[in-house]
Design a binder for this molecule. Structure first.
Ligand code: PLP
Length: 491
């Protein structure tokens, strides 16, 4: 029986502090020693079933829950802290980012609006981003969960600005013509998803052919726009990519910007990971034109290694951004002074009202390391990608499948005279073997119809030796798989 009103604070603060310190020590030990661990290990069935339990009605206590975390959760990480994690596009995290995450949670700020420190930190982070990408003073921004959400917001503003009617009031049913958005065939799936959510649908997305370097062909784009106009549809936006997910190619953004200006279209840039490559010495040139985008989506959780999740949308004309999301509500009225001051509120720039303090981990990361050091880590990843491509080129049993414009190397094991279907199978088996044996974690993709081992180097801990380990293992596993298949007569 409680004699006092119950509180969720610890009864014994000193004991709780000790527990926190112990857990932090264990978590940091895991980061410090990550290189010695398998890149990934599946969670054993016994651990999975041990995690399953009815919703606990009675208190288990933080000590017991913390011990369970160390035993049953921490060892079964995604693997992206490890220097030989090469899959998808995953940032590697930093210890200081983890610290900032804890500190932000300790404040438990709701950054939807009002006048408090977290709001000012987010504003500062957005100002830095405007400066990094050369956006004008009137530009606005919002920290979001990632580029998928940022693109949804950017294309919402584009739709609302360029639709013929007032979409916020009337909805799309009142639009006389089908809205059309253009992007390259290599565009990320989040763009189609955004168009589905916006009521435009996948039919409103034209996929424009790319050249041998995977860059959108501007002439093809121009033709597609002309055709849609001739057939009474309404082109409204072009999505340019800075760093395609397959190989890291960047569309000719400056050309896209001038075409969009000439055609009165919105240019949204998906720069999920590639945009921040302009921090790397000598890389700004390949993203020329990014500063002219009407909206730009990118992630801090990828190449800036801020712990998940942290993305950003920048919109060139802040007034248009706000006009897409602001809503008057009596209980949320902003005031000239007091805690309800601090206008404009972030909730007026996106769909979410309650928002966490994502900005602190970005602020901590940028201030702790500085943009130069972060840019050097990006440059080092790109240099390693060139090195990996060179090593692949020297190996008769390996084959490079795509250019390497940034940090992604797509290659495959090639046996002697094996049919394509068998090569696909061998290479997907190699990737699964590498992951399951904890040696390395590349992912797969298809390049020109062929299954590729895709190594995306997006980790500040990766070194040249890690690439050699990867290739040694690919060679060995490839030979093993080839021998197994020929033993059963399938090769
Ligand atoms: C080019 C590109 N666009 C968009 C995304 C989606 O980003 P997020 O996972 O942060 O939503 C990714 C993710 O890898 C990507 O590579």
């Amino acid at each position: 029986m409680h004699t006092e009103l119950p509180s969720l604070d610890p009864d014994d603060w000193a004991a709780f502090r000790t527990l926190c310190h112990d857990l932090v020590d264990e978590a940091l030990k895991a980061v410090e020693g990550v290189r010695e661990m398998p890149v990934w290990q599946p969670m054993p069935d016994a651990v999975r079933s041990a995690l399953r339990e009815p919703a606990p009605r009675s208190a288990q206590g933080a000590e017991r829950v913390g011990a369970e975390f160390l035993k049953r959760i921490l060892p079964y990480a995604n693997g992206n802290l490890h220097p030989r994690f090469f899959g998808w596009v995953h940032g590697a995290g930093t210890p200081v980012g983890a610290l900032a995450e804890f500190l932000a949670a300790s404040m438990n700020a709701n950054v939807g609006g009002r006048d408090h420190g977290a709001v000012h930190v987010e504003r500062q982070v957005i100002e830095w981003c405007k400066e990094i990408f050369g956006f004008p003073a009137e530009a606005s921004g919002l920290l979001v969960s990632g580029t998928s959400m940022a693109t949804l917001i950017g294309l919402t503003v584009a739709r609302n600005v360029l639709a013929e009617g007032d979409v916020r009031d009337l909805g799309l049913l009142a639009e006389p013509r089908q809205l059309v958005c253009y992007a390259s065939q290599q565009v990320h799936g989040s763009v189609a998803k955004a168009l589905e959510l916006l009521g435009i649908g996948r039919r409103g997305l034209r996929l424009v052919p790319v050249d041998a370097e995977h860059r959108l062909i501007v002439e093809e784009l121009h033709n597609a726009i002309r055709l849609d106009r001739a057939e009474e549809r309404r082109p409204f936006a072009v999505v340019g990519t800075a760093g395609t997910v397959n190989i890291g190619a960047s569309d000719p953004l400056a050309e896209l910007a001038s075409l969009c200006r000439a055609e009165s279209l919105w240019l949204h840039v998906d720069g999920a990971f590639g945009a921040l490559s302009l921090l790397a010495p000598g890389r700004r040139g390949s993203l020329k034109g990014i500063e002219q985008a009407d909206s730009l989506a990118f992630d801090f959780h990828k190449w800036l290694h801020v712990p998940y999740d942290a993305g950003c949308i920048l919109v060139r004309r802040g007034g248009q951004h706000r006009a897409s999301f602001a809503r008057e509500q009596d209980y949320l009225a902003a005031a000239d002074r007091g805690l309800a001051g601090g206008a404009p509120w972030f909730c007026d720039f996106g769909p979410e009202l309650s928002r966490g303090f994502r900005a602190l981990k970005v602020w901590f990361t940028i201030k702790t390391h500085g943009l130069d050091q972060l840019g050097q880590a990006i440059a080092a990843n790109c240099d390693l990608a060139v090195r990996l491509a060179g090593l692949v080129g020297k190996e008769p049993c390996l084959e490079l499948l795509a250019p390497v414009p940034l940090n992604i190397v797509c290659f495959r094991y090639r046996g002697e005279g094996l049919p394509e279907a068998v090569l696909d199978r061998i290479n997907s088996d190699i990737v699964a073997d590498l992951q399951e044996q904890g040696i390395a974690a590349p992912s797969t993709t298809r390049i020109g119809g062929r299954l590729a081992i895709r190594a995306c180097i997006c980790n500040h801990r990766t070194r040249a030796r890690d690439l050699e380990i990867l290739l040694e293992a690919v060679r060995t596993l490839g030979r093993q798989r080839e021998a197994e298949l020929s033993a059963v007569g399938q090769a």
